[in-house]
Ligand binder design. Structure first.
Ligand SMILES: C[S@@+](CC[C@H](N)C(=O)[O-])C[C@H]1O[C@@H](n2cnc3c(N)ncnc32)[C@H](O)[C@@H]1O
Length: 314
């Protein structure tokens, strides 16, 4: 099996391209003022190795913030603690480590405190002291791994009144692999079927289900849009570390289907890995991004859009 921290690093450039720009724009427009005296309190749940923080600093979205990056895997946060200061120094930040879990990044116009918290999100949410604390809540490539009807209302409780959420890269039911090869349709159908089994949380329709689930949780959607992953060979092959990313995707399909399909996957897997090595494989995954406010909107918007909680297929 692949190295997940390496996968998260390789995924960064794929996500950079994928993130929906009008949704990001709404986030930027609606962010409260950030000053050194009154920094924004940002919580990223399931932050992995911290690539979203890097991105939001690279894109100047965050200027004066206390950024708490939470993940249940201490090893991922250890990787964040290793790579973030190095990355920040390369970007011209002065870096001061105040403890192994906290550092401060400073450059003209930007003052960032980073806290790394190794904890299970559901344990973290049970603590009253964490409720209603955050101006901005980020969940990136995570909400399709949880039961939205249970997790979403609790996650939104973490925000201050009228706090902002930014929920990105939520899988929404399409996995496309090209060129077409034998058994591909069966493999992908089985892969999606396995994701939708009752014992699995999340599932292939998590992206679209955010519309009714956000509404049911009393939140307002400011913007929503596609954030599809599109990975293909350029004239010199795949960009950055995206060949590794693709091998991880094929390994994930293998792991998801292991013992759950009558199909003999060996030939399919070998062909797909070989196509990556030859620079032939094209991969597209359909996903959705959302940005909004934890409180319901004014009556006009709410009355005119009532999303059913059971969205159909297709
Ligand atoms: C697909 S990864 C995404 C990581 C990161 N957001 C990114 O895109 O680079 C999902 C992350 O969710 C974290 N995770 C899963 N369940 C969690 C939980 N209950 N509490 C905290 N983190 C969790 C995993 O450890 C993993 O880092």
């Amino acid at each position: 099996m692949f190295d997940f921290t390496h996968y998260l690093a390789a995924k960064k450039t794929v996500d950079d391209r994928a993130l929906n720009r009008p949704v990001l724009e709404q986030l930027v427009i609606n962010l409260p003022e950030q000053t050194v005296a009154a920094p924004l309190h940002v919580l990223e749940v399931a932050a992995g190795i911290g690539t979203m923080l890097e991105r939001l600093l690279e894109w100047d979205v965050l200027t004066n913030v206390v950024y708490t990056a939470l993940d249940q895997q201490a090893t991922y946060l250890a990787e964040a603690a290793r790579r973030l200061p190095q990355w920040a120094a390369q970007q011209g930040f002065q870096v001061e480590s105040t403890s192994p879990q906290q550092f401060k990044l400073q450059r003209a116009g930007q003052y960032i405190t980073v806290n790394l918290v190794a904890a299970d999100l559901f344990d973290f949410m049970r603590l009253a002291e964490n409720q209603g604390q955050w101006d901005l809540l980020i969940a990136h490539a995570f909400l399709d791994l949880v039961d939205l009807s249970v997790a979403l209302p609790q996650i939104l409780e973490l925000l201050k009144p009228n706090g902002l959420y930014y929920f990105t890269i939520n899988f929404d039911g399409e996995t496309i692999l090209l060129p077409q090869i034998q058994w591909n349709t069966e493999v992908i159908n089985n892969y999606h079927w396995a994701m939708n089994q009752p014992q699995k949380v999340g599932g292939t329709r998590s992206g679209r289900m955010l519309f009714p689930q956000l509404q049911a949780a009393g939140a307002q959607i400011l913007a929503a849009g596609s954030s599809d992953w599109v990975v293909y060979p350029h004239h010199n092959g795949y960009l950055h570390e995206e060949a590794y990313f693709l091998h991880c995707i094929i390994d994930t399909i293998e792991a998801t289907l292991h013992g759950k399909t009558p199909l003999n996957l060996t030939a399919w897997l070998a062909q797909r890995h070989a196509q990556i090595e030859r620079g032939e494989l094209i991969y597209i995954a359909h996903q959705l991004d959302f940005c909004g406010i934890s409180q319901p909107p004014s009556s006009i918007w709410r009355g005119s859009k009532n999303y059913p909680l059971s969205l159909g297929e297709g």
